[in-house]
Design a protein around this ligand. Structure first.
Ligand SMILES: Cc1ncc(C[n+]2csc(CCOP(=O)(O)OP(=O)(O)O)c2C)c(N)n1
Ligand SMILES: [Mg+2]
Length: 422
């Protein structure tokens, strides 16, 4: 990100010798021309790839560099290239395209009052989709609301995700969670908590429990740039560092926390990955719009965790191309063309370019994939809507608000249930 202007530089502060506070802000506001030419994009292929058992202190430069594999023309290079075969890459492209199409359809449905709320991950699809393919069955993600790509890439039924968003009669969570707050234990997807940063401590605790039981599963905690200012983030780093928990600590830096610039949570630190260095945690900064770099880095961190090398903190550098949520309008706080000016491009276009260049797919294959994902989303939507949407058709019974909350229902709740007539 271009360097943020402080209030000091804007002439807000007083004397030049007395202490004064800094209020970081974004580099550009509505009406500005977004110019990222000062951003260091680092040469793809240039970062060294340490052995997975290398001590964290000997790789500290990776926290301020940027692991990249794909260049702008779709060429792959360097030691982080995971050398995935063409069918695997096509499956990755398909998962990203499906995630984007799913988001597109759900936003339309929210605007048509079929759902109360929705959150897209536009521009960030590579992170969740490529990360998923580096994990094994039995591993557990502790995601935020912007990692729906983990479920899509895992092949979770789209109609069940939609039913959750519509809060209809087949909603697996029976209308008790906000839309998009999925939960799917058997897919390695822990229930999403609306209280941000809790995912970080929960993931570390889960990883510690696995190690205590002598199991080889690992955990992946997820957090956004803004939520790293919560104390849970730092508590998780202490615990992961002290006990060398088998966990991957993912920080998705999409440049924005609703309308707040990433510079506010980052403060004087050069990068979010650099936060890990003070805890002695291996820390990588990775191009999150580069499917190959994401897979390469995730596989490295997973192997390190599984072979008792301890935690890895990964900052995924990306850009939140859409609004924060269906309740947000970014035109109030950032230039409308900022996403297009972002120097790391679009993850779907970049992997497509790579596949076309290497012969892993041709134009007809890509077109067929585009049609296929539209068909799949449409079919899932027809199925899910046959079970109701927010305001129409069947819905879970209000009686269910009393169920699945306590293992044994306390008398106070039982009496309320009777009072409600159930
Ligand atoms: C503990 C907590 N504080 C505040 C909020 C309200 N809130 C919801 S999303 C959000 C912004 C989070 O930004 P970031 O962590 O960068 O994640 P992103 O939305 O960009 O993926 C905030 C402040 C919350 N859900 N939980
Ligand atoms: Mg963010």
């Amino acid at each position: 990100m271009a360097r943020a202007k402080s209030r000091d530089e804007e002439g807000v502060s007083g004397s030049s010798v007395s202490p004064r506070l800094t209020m970081p802000g974004p580099a550009f506001r509505p009406g500005d021309r977004p110019d990222f030419s000062e951003v260091d994009t680092f040469a793809p292929g240039a970062c060294r790839r340490p052995q997975v058992n290398e001590p964290a202190e000997s790789m500290s430069e990776l926290a301020t560099g940027l692991v990249r594999v794909l260049d702008d023309e779709g060429r792959a290079s360097g030691p982080w290239d995971p050398h995935l075969d063409a069918p695997t890459l096509r499956a990755g492209l398909r998962a990203m395209m499906l995630t984007r199409e799913f988001d597109r359809q759900m936003m339309i449905d929210q605007r048509q009052s079929k759902a109360s709320f929705y959150m897209q991950c536009t521009g960030e699809e590579a992170i969740a989709c490529a990360f998923h393919s580096a994990l094994r069955p039995g591993d557990m993600n502790f995601p935020t609301y912007r990692q729906q790509g983990l479920l899509v890439a895992a092949g979770y039924p789209l109609e069940l995700m939609m039913s959750q968003v519509y809060s209809n009669e087949t909603d697996p969570l029976r209308g008790r969670q906000m839309p998009v707050f999925y939960s799917a234990r058997e897919y390695g997807f822990f229930s999403i908590s609306g209280n941000l940063a809790t995912q970080f401590v929960q993931g570390v605790g889960w990883a510690m429990a696995c190690a205590l039981r002598g199991e080889s599963s690992i955990a992946a905690s997820w957090i956004g740039d803004g939520a790293t200012s919560e104390t849970d983030f730092f508590s998780a780093l202490v615990m992961a560092s002290t006990y060398r928990a088998p966990v991957i600590l993912n920080v998705v830096n999409n440049q924005w926390a609703i309308s707040t610039s990433e510079s506010v949570a980052r403060g004087l630190a050069p990068t979010f990955a650099a936060r890990g260095r003070g805890f002695g945690i291996a820390s990588l900064r990775v191009d999150g719009n580069d499917y190959l770099a994401v897979h390469g880095a995730a596989a490295w961190a997973a192997e390190r965790a599984r072979t008792n090398g301890g935690p890895t903190l990964i900052e995924w550098v990306t850009y939140r191309a859409a609004a924060h949520s269906s309740s947000d309008d970014p035109s109030g706080y950032r230039p409308g063309d900022e996403a297009a000016a972002w120097p790391f491009g679009d993850p779907i276009e970049r992997l497509t370019r790579h596949l076309l260049r290497t012969g892993g797919a041709n134009e007809a294959d890509v077109e067929a994939l585009r049609e296929e994902v539209v068909r799949d989303v449409r079919a899932a939507q027809v199925e899910a809507q046959s079970h109701g949407t927010l305001k129409q058709g069947p819905a879970p019974s209000p009686r269910e608000i009393f169920e699945d909350v306590f293992k044994e229902m306390p008398e106070s709740l039982a009496s309320q249930e009777r009072e409600a007539g159930y």
